[in-house]
Design a protein around this ligand. Structure first.
Ligand SMILES: O=C(O)CCC(=O)C(=O)O
Ligand SMILES: [Mn+2]
Length: 217
């Protein structure tokens, strides 16, 4: 995860609808919503309860917290270093496996892992970064499902002085991030103190570099 400082003004861009979904500048694709509102509410409550949330990270021998809580579920032997913090490997649970199957069907892609992020309220956020770690391969496709509170998703080119762009991500929305998005752009979910309710974001990923360990941890 490469961090950069937030700044600059915000510009809304025009999405282009197509059969597969709504294309945004060839970088992002809004796929059809996988679930109705009631199902989204159920999933939000269920996942908040059953996920084995990680509240802090161990890096360079020190423990520290980030302004959100997260969990990493993946196939056995699949590991991922995120912002230099090794997330603890968790084995799939039924709730996440069934969402994965729905997301894979809509995205037309297979995934072997998911990073689940719990924004407990509008104070939780994630700063500018790209999900461009080598283990995601040269052409990472990431499917991002949002549940719960609507939050602003910002993005901007890695290089140059172009304006920030932004769009809201609402309850139940599924967004496909295409390879060029991670290669050439940064993204962030800024703090919105006025938001008082939780949001979950599930980013389904295909990790290529795996390490075999007998215990799968
Ligand atoms: O919460 C979101 O919509 C994005 C989260 C994100 O950027 C990530 O998990 O890498
Ligand atoms: Mn990201």
């Amino acid at each position: 995860m490469n961090m950069a400082l937030p700044s600059r003004t915000v510009r809304e861009i025009e999405p282009e609808p197509s059969a597969a979904g709504t294309d945004i500048a060839g970088l992002l694709l809004k796929l059809p919503d996988p679930y109705q509102v009631d199902r989204c509410r159920q999933l939000l409550q269920h996942l908040i309860q059953v996920i084995d949330w990680q509240h802090d990270y161990l890096a360079f021998g020190r423990r520290f917290a980030v302004p959100r809580v997260q969990a990493w579920y993946a196939d056995t032997g699949v590991h991922y270093r995120y912002s230099n913090n090794m997330l603890r490997h968790r084995s799939w649970i039924p709730g996440l496996l069934s969402i994965k199957a729905d997301v894979e069907r809509l995205a037309g892609q297979r995934f072997n892992s998911v990073l689940v992020t719990h924004y407990r309220d509008g104070r939780d956020h994630v700063t500018w970064h790209a999900d461009d770690e080598p283990e995601l391969g040269d052409a990472p496709v990431i499917a991002s499902l949002s549940l719960g509170a609507s939050r602003i998703f910002q993005y901007r080119p890695k290089h140059g002085n172009d304006e920030n762009q932004s769009m809201p991500l609402h309850d139940g929305q599924l967004l496909l991030m295409k390879p060029d998005f991670q290669r050439n752009w940064l993204h962030a979910v800024p703090a919105q103190p006025e938001v008082k309710t939780p949001r979950l974001n599930l980013t389904f990923r295909q990790v290529h570099q795996t390490r075999g360990r007998a215990d799968g941890k």
